[in-house]
Design a protein around this ligand. Structure first.
Ligand code: ARG
Length: 403
């Protein structure tokens, strides 16, 4: 097989992508350019870059994409209240199209003839990367070393291979899990977690305290939204990245955002997944609540269908798709009134909305009250119910066999 001249590789510094560099140079590439994308994983990415060079990359880049990640990917998914199967806030899934975009930009700049990633054949991430590249640059050739390297799929063999080629693996060897981390959350798989009956051991978690050690006093916080986007925490303006970081640490302290679910992967497998998403859990709850306050019943109810579709698109790797863009049009329009403040109580792993206010609130005390000042037209109720129930009354009065 003839080798590609220049392969741009999505590089994380972990075992799989590190041996990918060596494997590519041996088998498929004359030159490998490694790219690590910073989505807020709080790692020493300069060390990751140096490692790529040490392992054999001809060039290595670290691209800080945190701002674009939050503004163009996380906030739109928050506006869509996006969770997969009602639990997973999609942290890994929403990061993939952006990583794909960054890699494609570098492939174009460096005149690369191929792009590569370290995802396995059983996961969703390979689909998300490759569908994104199909949308962004249909001429690109893609290779996924882990899908091709056969016996190296065995972790022990992969470690031997790394040892043989002087690839440092000390930290990856220690972790029994496969972990993906960004600002929006942390995904943990493999090891003992593959037994769905086994409770995740404490060492699977890194962003959240176990409830046993969370503070015994509740923490109240207030989050202010402008057009569906959180802008202030407890009255203080934050930039988007800092706001998420701050919420991750406050909520993580109180044990909020641990998720343990059986998930239906796109490739047909059910898998056991453990997530931590402290900031996302709080923000999703607050955002949904403010929508209830300011949008009409019809809008809120219809949007639930849109939100679910949007979540599926993210999960299934269809971020770059005309349907997602069209749904954004609907969602953006619904966010114009989403202004105001939500008060939440964080306590022992729970996050509860305890107060809400907005200049756009459709809550009307004169209509809602059971006390003095009630302006609801009580005399209109009997006529309304008579007409509203007419269909069922007619049906049950008729002599026909019920359907
Ligand atoms: N199951 C999740 C998803 O498909 C998480 C994937 C996590 N990836 C990883 N390398 N641990 O979005």
């Amino acid at each position: 097989m003839s080798k590609f001249k220049k392969v741009v590789l999505a590089y994380s510094g972990g075992l799989d992508t590190s041996i990918s560099i060596q494997w590519l140079l041996e088998n498929r590439a004359e030159e490998v350019i490694a790219v690590a994308v910073d989505l807020g994983q709080k790692e020493d990415l300069e060390a990751v870059r140096q490692k790529a060079l040490k392992v054999g990359a001809s060039q290595a880049f670290v691209i800080d994409a945190r701002k674009e990640f939050v503004e163009n990917f996380v906030w739109p998914s928050l506006k869509a209240n996006a969770t997969y199967e009602f639990n997973y806030p999609l942290a890994t899934a929403i990061g993939r199209p952006l990583i794909a975009k960054v890699l494609n930009d570098i492939a174009l700049k460096t005149n690369a003839d191929c792009i590569a990633h370290g995802c396995t054949a059983k996961g969703n991430d390979q689909v998300r990367f490759e569908v994104s590249w199909q949308a962004l640059n249909p001429n690109l050739t893609v290779i996924a070393p882990p899908r091709e390297w056969g016996e190296l799929c065995d972790r022990g063999k992969a470690i031997d291979y790394a040892d043989k080629h002087g690839i440092p693996i000390s930290s990856t060897k220690k972790s029994p899990y496969s972990i993906d981390l960004n600002l929006w959350g942390r995904s943990v798989e493999c090891g003992v977690l593959e037994d769905p009956w086994v409770e995740p051991p404490e060492d699977a978690y890194a962003l959240t305290n176990p409830v046993e050690t969370t503070p015994n006093e509740a923490k109240y916080i207030e989050i202010e939204f402008r057009e569906g986007v959180p802008i202030k925490l407890d009255g203080v303006e934050y930039n988007a990245i800092e706001l998420i970081e701050e919420l991750n640490s406050i909520s993580g302290l109180h044990g909020i955002g641990r998720i343990d679910q059986i998930e239906n992967r796109l490739v047909g497998i059910k898998s056991r997944e453990v997530y931590e998403a402290p900031a996302a859990t709080v923000l999703l709850k607050a955002h949904k609540e403010i929508e209830y306050l300011v949008n009409t019943k019809d809008t809120v109810h219809f949007k639930q269908t849109i939100d679910q579709k949007y979540s599926e698109l993210i999960y299934n790797g269809l971020w770059f798709s005309p349907l997602r863009e069209a749904l954004d049009g609907f969602i953006e329009k619904t966010q114009r009134r989403v202004n105001g403040t939500i008060k939440l109580k964080l306590f022992k792993g729970n996050c509860v909305v305890v107060g809400r206010k907005s200049e756009n609130a459709l809550y009307n005390l004169e209509l809602a009250t059971y006390d003095e000042g009630d302006e609801f037209d009580h005399s209109a109720a009997p006529g309304f119910i008579k007409i509203f129930g007419l269909g069922v009354k007619t049906f049950y009065q008729s002599q026909s066999i019920s359907q």
